[in-house]
Design a protein around this ligand. Sequence first.
Ligand code: GLN
Length: 529
Amino acid sequence: MTKYIFITGGVVSSLGKGISGASIGKLLQLHGFKVNMIKFDPYINVDPGTMNPYQHGEVFVTKDGIEADLDLGTYERFLNICTSKANTNTSGDIYKTVITKERKGCYNGETVQVIPHITDEIKKRFMVFKNDYDISIIEIGGTVGDIEGLPFMEAVRQFQLENNKKDIFSIHVTLMPYIKGAHELKTKPTQHSVNKLREIGVLPDMIMCRTEYSINISLKQKISLFCNVSVENVIEILDVPLIYYIPKALYNQKVDFLIMKSLNIKSKKRINISCPWFKKVKTYNKFNKIVKIAIVGKYAGLRDAYKSIDESLKIAATELKVKAEIYYFSSEDKSLLKNIEKCNAVLVPGGFGNRGIDGKIKAIQCAREKKIPFLGICLGMQCMVIEVSRNLAKLTDANSTEFDNTTKYPVIKILDKQKNIKYKGGTMRLGSYKSQIKKNTLAYSIYKSTEIEERHRHRYEINPKFIDILEKSGLFITAYCNGVLPEIAEMKNHPFFIGVQFHPEFNSSFIRVHPIFKRLIMAALKIGI
Ligand code: GLN
């Protein structure tokens, strides 16, 4: 019998509901349960694929090719699960399903309404992992009180009514603001938020308060009284320097046992703070030896835009017992080259559009000429090809047709399958594809396999017409998908200069270090070269 844990949020957004949920999931996994997580986002976009990173941060890509909320990356890294379409839902997608059914005449002449048709579709999706997992953790995005979130809250209410209370646990995550002048933490916003939730008919079993300072017992009693939960179920989530500390913080407050007690389930495994997960967290990116990595991108001020890359580098550094210091530089920054020369490695991530391309190309040229280890991911790889074409193959003004449709040397061109695509959303080459690696190459030495599977998100590719000239200039294509699509390009006579058409950052988790990030850091530390 699957048990359900619902996570809602109140007062403000960005409270870390995803991290809190994933931390609970981690503890329950350590207790021996099979756990999965599902995200529900109330916005109307069918998926976040078309959203600006300033709106939404990184777009995570699942193995089955869904462009999803970055929380799915957190779920994968914490729980080491492989998410799919079933793990991500939006109002847009839910309405699309219901409207398509209505057009097909599936509702037998009924008036199609939010209640029950939209809420039924939401409830169906709550149960998508029914019987496959012991516990489904369901995170409802947004904040209680948002108009667009109402159908989801209503669906939670109905779900509670229709199922056994012992199978459902509801957590509300809120903010306890600290008022400096009064030197006081305030409970009122939490009270209002819970009131709003109760108005809809959802009664939380646990309140998790994000707070800068520890919550004393009298404040907990106050929340308990006003919000109708027991004192022990008022949990504090203090700001921590690292998200991976949250499971331990929750464990210390016995959150796992409180939830198991309420759900009437017994731990299958004893856990304690010396189990491998907690041990690994203790050392995460905490070593004295430092490796400095420059990330050169368009969204230097927005860490969330490169979240999975950031995590992948830190996870790899921890494995190598060093601390990764990651510096984000805008490709439009005037002192870019001076800055990256101070780093031990350079990474140019994926992206879209013309802005900042010249800076990325200059950064790549600098890494190539100064023999600084370099990794190009997707657009980063495409810029690497443009750089080599212009500066080594002497194809003046070589470009990608994404940036210059009339270029004489279209070294990066649109994929054949993309040529006639009209709609932007969900139409790229998305998800996992296999590629075959040539032996005796850097790529092979990284993956130690001739066949790999990585996730993609792009419309353009290396133009096969230019492969000969690129290889004569020293840039070799060392992996192809089905012998046709170039997947990896690398340069000899350089300690580490490699670009990949795919996104390796979506394939690493806290306990599954991705070899390409590990090798980049090893090259940066001059290990093995
Ligand atoms: N804009 C490039 C393309 O569509 C690269 C995409 C990316 O970096 N994810 O091919």
